[in-house]
Design a protein around this ligand. Structure first.
Ligand code: NAG
Ligand code: NAG
Ligand code: NAG
Ligand code: NAG
Ligand code: NAG
Ligand code: NAG
Ligand code: ZN
Length: 449
């Protein structure tokens, strides 16, 4: 009798991580703390902020160097349960954490992923909404945060001047998070449909609007990313449209082409943080019975892993000066891709640029240096768990250039909230105007010091 009691006492916590059940915030926190204790060499647990009701927004980081970025190791993230009543993502991300931690040094794919990538997982962005949800397939109770706000409409929007100006705590936490890490690739997990949706979600009728879709300069890459998920998923690629009559050929859709929305998270990640993010809709039923969870995990597991591996597409490296020191805020631009806000180097001089295999002309500019243009043949990186590493070495600019200081640069802050205006492409500065502004700022700094 005593033995049995002790036995069941031990078994309960042991089996926790493997159970296909819905876990409340307290249980999720306990689980994440346990994982972090048991796998401290490959995990780091931290909170990026609190919800309106004061619940912590826990992020578990997994990788060989969980506490800090390492040069050449891309930062990846998954965000679940942004809509509190869309709960499959929350369950799958906990299962993924279990699978990754247990698979390290056991499963070759997991080992290679964790050795080559730093993976950040936020199982629930809206824990208050989850707590308020009823276990219902379609009803929207719990979708919003505790202030009744839809978090996927509350981000700054580059295409609209009319989005809400008051940012919710959960949204501010994510915006701040994006400033602390240079994320390269991300996905945001939802429910109520089965499809992979990619930017843009909004448009203001500018040149991005093409045939009812809102097309970004990296459309080819986004389609590839969305297809990687849908075709590695057991059924998404078949184009199940649930209650919707939309055409989801191949299981993917342009966000705006499906339905336009303002203030969404994926456009914000891409436009302002240069992090390519897609939105994954994982089940027709938003809050399915627990008996369906094992099947949902099996259907999504290969797709969740294959999608992480795509962080190794394209090119990465450092921009260095003639002494081999990192150059921060250099623009790294790919010919033919006029991003609303450019890809820039971080304090370590690093850049990451997801590109499909092919030949690309890259121009690197910085006000204190001569521009550098190189044509590079980019192979397929995911198979090797590494993008092509290519460093650029800049030469100092000779003095005597004239400067035009009249243009302002709309994307200089990575959490900018400026409206880009109608026909936004026309208003976005060229690398040259951005360069002159950086130069002017630099000269201003020099005068002061
Ligand atoms: C951590 O390890 C302990 C002891 O082996 C075990 O009881 C517990 O279930 C583990 N927790 C997790 C979350 O893996
Ligand atoms: C969370 O679940 C545990 C275990 O089922 C339960 O004891 C606890 O009261 C729940 N907490 C909340 C806030 O619902
Ligand atoms: C992963 O990294 C560990 C620790 O550095 C090393 O022992 C192991 O061989 C690596 N495995 C693979 C498959 O890269
Ligand atoms: C699954 O993803 C991999 C990339 O990891 C890709 O090469 C493969 O083609 C995908 N599978 C299918 C069936 O599309
Ligand atoms: C890229 O350029 C190389 C020569 O540098 C050429 O052999 C190759 O066919 C080109 N690839 C593409 C996709 O154009
Ligand atoms: C943008 O310009 C187009 C064409 O000039 C116009 O039809 C549309 O209403 C404008 N949109 C906004 C948001 O001003
Ligand atoms: Zn949703």
């Amino acid at each position: 009798m005593l033995f049995l009691t002790l036995f069941s006492f031990w078994i309960t916590p042991l089996s926790f991580g493997l159970e296909f059940q819905y876990h409340n915030s307290t249980e999720v926190e306990q689980y994440l703390r346990g994982i972090n204790r048991n796998f401290s060499h490959i995990t780091h647990l931290h909170s990026i902020g609190k919800s309106v009701e004061g619940r912590e927004l826990w992020v578990l980081i997994l990788g060989q160097s969980p506490t800090e970025h390492r040069t050449g190791i891309p930062e990846f993230k998954y965000v679940g349960n942004m809509h509190g009543n869309e709960v499959v993502g929350r369950v799958l991300l906990l299962q993924l954490i279990d699978f990754l931690t247990k698979g390290y040094m056991n499963d070759p794919l997991v080992t290679k992923l964790l050795n080559s990538t730093r993976i950040h997982i936020l199982p629930s962005m809206n824990p208050d909404g989850f707590q308020a949800s009823s276990r219902d397939c379609m009803y929207s109770l719990g979708r919003f945060n505790n202030n009744g706000v839809d978090l996927n409409r509350n981000f700054p929007d580059a295409f609209s001047s009319t989005t809400e100006e008051v940012r919710e705590k959960e949204v501010v936490a994510v915006m701040e998070w994006l400033k602390t890490e240079k994320f390269v690739l991300s996905a945001n997990l939802h429910g109520g449909a089965v499809v992979a949706s990619y930017p843009y979600d909004n448009s203001n009728g500018g040149s991005e609007l093409q045939g009812g879709s809102s097309i970004s300069p990296d459309n080819d890459v986004f389609i590839h990313l969305a297809q990687t998920y849908s075709f590695n998923h057991s059924s998404m690629h078949k184009g199940d449209s649930c209650y919707d009559s939309k055409d989801f050929t191949g299981g993917i859709t342009n966000g705006f082409g499906w339905y336009p929305l303002q203030g969404g998270m994926q456009d914000y990640n891409y436009v302002w943080a240069q992090c390519l993010e897609i939105t994954l809709e994982l089940s027709c039923c938003k809050f399915p019975p627990e008996s369906e969870l094992p099947g949902l995990w099996n259907a999504n597991k290969p797709a969740l892993l294959a999608y992480i591996q795509q962080v190794h597409l394209g090119l990465k490296g450092q921009v260095l000066d003639s002494n081999g020191l990192p150059v921060q805020n250099a623009l790294v631009e790919v010919e033919g891709r006029r991003n609303l806000c450019p890809f820039t180097t971080d304090a370590n001089g690093e850049y990451y640029r997801l590109l499909l295999p092919g030949n690309y002309t890259i121009t690197v500019t910085h006000p204190a240096h001569e521009p550098l243009t190189e044509t590079i043949s980019v192979p397929y990186g995911p198979d090797k768990f590494s993008a092509l590493t290519h460093n650029f070495q800049l030469q100092r600019r000779l003095s005597g250039s004239t400067l035009d200081t009249t243009v302002t640069y709309p994307c200089s802050s990575r959490n900018g909230i400026q409206y880009l205006g109608n026909n936004s492409a026309a208003l976005v500065p060229s690398a040259f105007t951005a360069l002159t502004v950086f130069t002017a700022l630099l000269l201003h700094r020099l005068q002061l010091s």
